[in-house]
Design a protein around this ligand. Structure first.
Ligand SMILES: *Cc1c(COP(=O)(O)O)cnc(C)c1O
Length: 812
């Protein structure tokens, strides 16, 4: 990519405004400037994009396709500028033109095509694939409405539609000529062919066009540009029916609308499946368009028999949502390409690899047989046959498994079990953190593990340090480069060199000052958004993630209420001032999660205006948590709250982002917290609470009583009674459902059980914070060890351990 100077950029922006809009620079709005800039960047990307794709074709490179219902890519303008090597010049150019660069960048709406961690992981993986020169692409859905926009009104979450396409999206290219036809419903007819084999014809189907929109995925200053291909559903107009078909205009409109609905919106549930037919339609729409596309490109570019497809193609499915890709590939290979069942099965199971993301029962996908069969009759036949053959194999070849067949069968209890389909149809099954993979192998999927021990493997999640450190925290990144040189940017594990400087006091001061500037910037942002002034020298104690009972925002707010009670009892108490910062969306149908949001906001509205605790305690709930907001909060965090009930959080990635930005973690031994602990040890984080074994033991054998804790711990009793008696609400028993959930349902997430150890851990946090020097040492230690959590490292492990994929080194 050709290097622009700041002045060159400035001229080019002015020129484009003139040519495209007939505008003078003085007349241009921030939005106009944003579009002019985006178009320049896109123009820079295009040649490398074409070249990269041509090279893959010419060299017949093996490629990975990452199939995911979610890609939470956020805003691309800054990361594209950074990866094109244009960010610094652009900032300078915009300043020279009299604009605030951040105001221009903020003109781009986040592409919120995901719920949370799972979708963000997919986005980080794409960034690493390109940055490491791997041939790897994403396939997803171009939802016209992304994750809802959250407003807080009188403490309650209100959801607004996220119409992110209302302004043109400058990064996408529509590729109408590569559209693919998708079939729903209809009937399947069976014929006997001359050679005696069976042929299946799927007829009278509802037809839908899948039109691809391609978004470039730009590698970090390496000229590699891969593709994120998002599919959009459109009506299909058969060419021969163009004339004399004006029969029913309104029927056609309705029909068109129902087709466009397939890619109309993202389901807003995180780790919780809504079993609606439209969701099943979305899933099949994604996999049918992707699989047909992959096979078409393979045939066009490789001139190899389809039996050799697994040498050139690997398909990673992000959770079970794209599992129907397995029977879809069988369908295409058998019905359209005339492969036998056995040949097709060999190809399919040689190409698919499955990533599991959760063991929560409410997130395990199953679909009713009638719904699956009605919507996808041919696919259902194939699933049925996969199941028959699998069960027969168990019965005859694994006699010790006969009893277990109902727990292993792909179809059981009138439902299709998507995780079982994914395991049976893939050559690899991976969990996303060490503990999570162990739980899969030894508990949740032990039946399959003993059957296929070699399929199971771990790939601990990661985050792209380019977005989450270089781009989001330029102050810290610049300081790191000053200290250890720039090599860590391409080799993030080299951050470990920072360990040589943890006793260098003047240097630690510089780290402190970088953090302080970020805290000041966040304090300004909070003031502008909420009107509340927070003390930038207080501890910024941050919990940002989807709202879920298992993530235990409730435990955090109980700690806040406890501190508030202490300060009310004794306003002179010597505490380190704290600012608690929350960001969290609840699924619109998740009642208790919304009650917890209301509780946090209610506590905030009392604490923030109480003169007794003034300057000592503030509670901030920032609405509409998304990628862009995360980029503002994370660089300013002192404390990272990672307090899920042990065994419940598969990995977490928010924990990694905050560690990399120098926050210290207070957390349970869950998910990747355990691997952070492996690296930095007890001295550099605050571990508390039940272990996963203890939690699972209580679930299995009982022995826990929330009521006992309520009756014996005065602090706990006081808090719960305040909820029940309405001290934190205008009406009596405002939060009675939270109260009853804990006491009548015996506190299913062990909030009360972990309360005491959590309070103690927070006391240690406070004591540690008072010793500034020691705190800074710990902070730098966390940054130094965080390189292991770069998604570059994770992607290297996928590439060598699952995909057998080579870095594409050839360059002109
Ligand atoms: C990283 C991220 C998440 C995942 O956070 P966890 O703490 O791992 O649950 C969710 N949403 C957004 C916007 C993120 O950037």
């Amino acid at each position: 990519m050709q290097p622009y100077t700041a002045d060159g950029l400035k001229d080019e922006i002015a020129r484009r405004l003139q040519v495209d809009k007939g505008q003078k620079l003085e007349e241009a709005s921030p939005k106009d400037v944003y579009y002019a800039l985006a178009s320049i960047v896109h123009g820079e990307i295009m040649p490398s994009w074409n070249k990269t794709q041509q090279k893959y074709k010419d060299k017949k490179a093996k490629q990975v396709y990452y199939l995911s219902m979610e890609f939470l890519i956020g805003s691309l303008i800054k990361s594209n500028l950074l990866n094109c090597g244009m960010l610094n010049q652009t900032i300078e150019a915009l300043r020279k033109m009299g604009f605030h660069p951040e105001e221009i960048f903020a003109q781009e709406q986040d592409a919120a095509l995901g719920n949370g961690g799972l979708g963000r992981l997919a986005a980080c993986f794409l960034d690493s694939l390109s940055s490491l020169d791997y041939p790897g692409h994403g396939h997803g859905i171009r939802y016209r409405y992304g994750l809802f926009e959250q407003r807080i009104i009188h403490g309650n979450q209100v959801e607004l539609p996220d119409y992110w396409l209302k302004d043109a999206y400058p990064w996408e290219n529509r590729k109408e000529e590569e559209a693919i036809l998708i079939h729903f419903r209809g009937e399947v007819h069976m014929f006997k062919k001359n050679d005696g084999s069976l042929e299946f014809k799927h007829e009278n189907t509802d037809k839908v066009m899948a039109v691809p929109y391609d978004i470039p995925v730009v590698g970090y200053q390496n000229s590699t540009v891969n593709t994120l291909r998002l599919w959009s559903a459109e009506p299909y107009f058969p060419p021969e029916e163009n004339e004399g078909q004006e029969d029913d205009f309104y029927h056609d409109l309705e029909h068109q609308h129902s087709i466009e609905q397939i890619t109309g919106f993202l389901y807003p549930d995180d780790s919780n499946i809504e079993g609606k037919e439209l969701r099943l339609k979305q899933q099949y729409f994604l996999v049918s368009s992707s699989i047909q596309n992959i096979i078409r490109q393979f045939k066009e570019n490789y001139q190899l028999p389809l039996s050799r497809l697994p040498e050139k193609v690997v398909i990673q499915i992000n959770d079970t949502h794209p599992s129907l890709g397995i029977p879809e590939m069988m369908r295409v290979l058998m019905d359209e390409e005339n492969l036998s069942w056995d040949a097709a099965w060999k190809v399919t199971t040689g190409a698919f690899a499955y990533t599991n993301h959760t063991t929560l029962s409410e997130a395990l996908e199953t679909w009713p047989v009638e719904m699956t069969e009605g919507l996808l009759p041919r696919i259902y036949m194939i699933i049925h046959e996969i199941n028959e053959r699998f069960c027969r194999d168990l019965w005859f070849n694994h006699k010790e498994k006969r009893e277990e067949i109902p727990q292993l069968a792909v179809i059981a209890d009138g439902r299709v079990h998507m995780a079982r389909l994914a395991i049976v149809g893939s050559f690899s099954v991976n969990g996303v953190a060490r503990i999570h993979t162990e739980i899969l192998k030894n508990q949740e999927m032990s039946g399959f593990y003993s059957l296929y021990p070699k399929k199971f493997n771990n790939k601990t999640n990661g985050i792209t340090h380019r977005r989450w450190l270089l781009q989001a925290n330029p102050g810290l990144a610049g300081l790191i480069t000053d200290v250890i040189g720039p090599n860590w940017i391409r080799r993030p594990k080299q951050l470990i060199s920072l360990m040589k400087y943890t006793k260098d006091r003047p240097l630690l001061e510089k780290f402190a000052s970088a953090k302080q500037q970020n805290k000041q910037a966040l304090a300004n942002f909070i003031h502008q958004r909420t009107g509340i002034a927070v003390d930038p020298h207080s501890i910024f104690d941050v919990q940002i993630k989807r709202l879920h009972e298992y993530k235990r925002q409730l435990l955090n707010i109980f700690h806040v209420i406890y501190l508030y009670n202490e300060l009310k009892d004794n306003p002179q108490l010597d505490v380190v001032p704290r600012t608690f910062i929350f960001g969290a969306k609840a699924a619109p149908s998740y009642y208790l999660a919304k009650e917890i949001i209301k509780l946090i906001n209610t506590v905030a509205s009392i604490v923030n205006y109480d003169k007794d605790v003034k300057d000592k305690l503030k509670v901030i709930f920032l609405e509409n948590y998304n990628v862009s907001l995360a980029e503002k909060i994370i660089p300013a965090a002192d404390i990272s709250e990672q307090i899920s009930t042990a065994s419940k959080e598969a990995s977490g990635t928010g924990n990694m982002k905050m560690m990399m930005n120098g926050a210290l973690t207070i957390g349970t031994m869950d998910g990747a917290n355990i691997e952070i602990h492996d690296l930095v040890g007890d001295d550099n984080m605050f571990i508390f609470g039940l272990s996963a074994e203890q939690v699972m033991d209580y679930y299995r054998h009982g022995g826990y009583s929330a009521t006992d804790i309520y009756n014996t711990d005065d602090r706990v009793k006081r808090i719960l009674d305040q909820l029940k008696l309405g001290e934190f609400g205008s009406q009596e028993i405002e939060f009675k459902d939270i109260y009853y959930n804990i006491l009548s349902h015996n506190d299913p997430y062990f909030v009360l059980k972990d309360f005491e150890p959590y309070m103690e851990a927070h006391e240690i946090v406070e004591r540690t914070y008072r010793d500034t020097y020691s705190w800074l040492q710990k902070s730098v230690t966390n940054i130094a060890y965080s390189g292991k959590f770069s998604s570059d490292h994770t992607i290297q492990q996928y590439a060598t351990g699952i995909w057998n994929l080579k870095q594409f080194k050839e360059k002109e």
